[in-house]
Write a protein that binds this ligand. Structure first.
Ligand code: SF4
Ligand code: SF4
Length: 225
């Protein structure tokens, strides 16, 4: 299970700045257990967003949003509604956010996919199918809102926050040429969103004390200790 805590509401509003029509996607798996992104939390946050003047295009809550096998059947029939949305807000772990982004791309829809949660610990996540791909290292200080929904901490071999390193060739990572360079993927994603100017902003070193292990998640208090 991936432990998650809620991002402060002002941080969520900042991530959604400029986007009026928002779809909220939760996860009835780990996030439900953590009381951060199940059906009830999705409904509650959608209500908060409405109170701030946002238009909620739809609410959805796959059984396991990090699992394509579970998320695709829920989101694929909503493709036309996803096209209406100016942004998707995902209440799930970093993996769930990125699977949602990958599904929107699979549907041929270019829409920002934002997160409302911080992933704070890898606690026995099970991904269906024959291949599990690491999406998130649960750093506790999620920067997906700044990197087009692609995690450089996990997908860049060097974990660079201000890439690329300059060693990529033909879009492939110099550390492992069988893999795409994460920062080239981020650039392409930001270009598709018309947001490359945001990449000029320097990202400060992460506070890795938030990732010190072993972490314990106090679910009801929404805190890590
Ligand atoms: S920045 Fe990456 S490692 Fe950290 S929570 Fe987000 S997806 Fe996970
Ligand atoms: S080539 Fe790209 S993915 Fe590989 S280490 Fe450099 S920036 Fe990271």
């Amino acid at each position: 299970m991936i432990g998650t805590t809620k991002k402060p509401f002002p941080e969520i509003m900042a991530a959604l700045e400029g986007y009026q029509k928002v779809a909220v996607v939760g996860c009835d798996g780990c996030a439900k257990v953590c009381l951060t992104g199940g059906t009830d939390e999705v409904a509650a946050l959608a209500q908060e967003l409405r109170a701030q003047g946002k238009e909620i295009v739809f609410e959805a809550c796959p059984e396991r949003t990090c699992n394509v096998v579970k998320a695709d059947p829920v989101l694929a029939p909503l493709a036309d509604r996803i096209k209406e949305a100016e942004a998707l807000l995902v209440l799930g772990c970093g993996g769930a956010v990125q699977i949602t982004r990958e599904l929107t791309e699979k549907y041929g829809i270019t829409v920002p996919v934002k997160t409302g949660l911080n992933s704070v610990g890898h606690m026995d996540t099970l991904i269906g199918g024959t291949l599990a791909v690491e999406q998130c290292q649960e750093c506790g200080d999620c920067i997906l809102n700044e990197t087009g929904g692609i995690c450089p901490v996990t997908k860049c071999a060097k974990g660079l926050l201000n890439g690329p390193c300059g060693g990529a060739e033909d879009g492939k990572c110099e550390v492992d040429p069988s893999r795409d360079c994460a920062w080239i993927l981020i650039y392409k994603r930001m270009a598709a969103l018309g947001e490359t100017a945001k990449l000029k902003k320097f990202t400060a070193p992460k506070d890795y004390s938030k990732a010190a292990k072993p972490r314990v998640l106090h679910i009801k208090e929404g805190r890590v200790a």
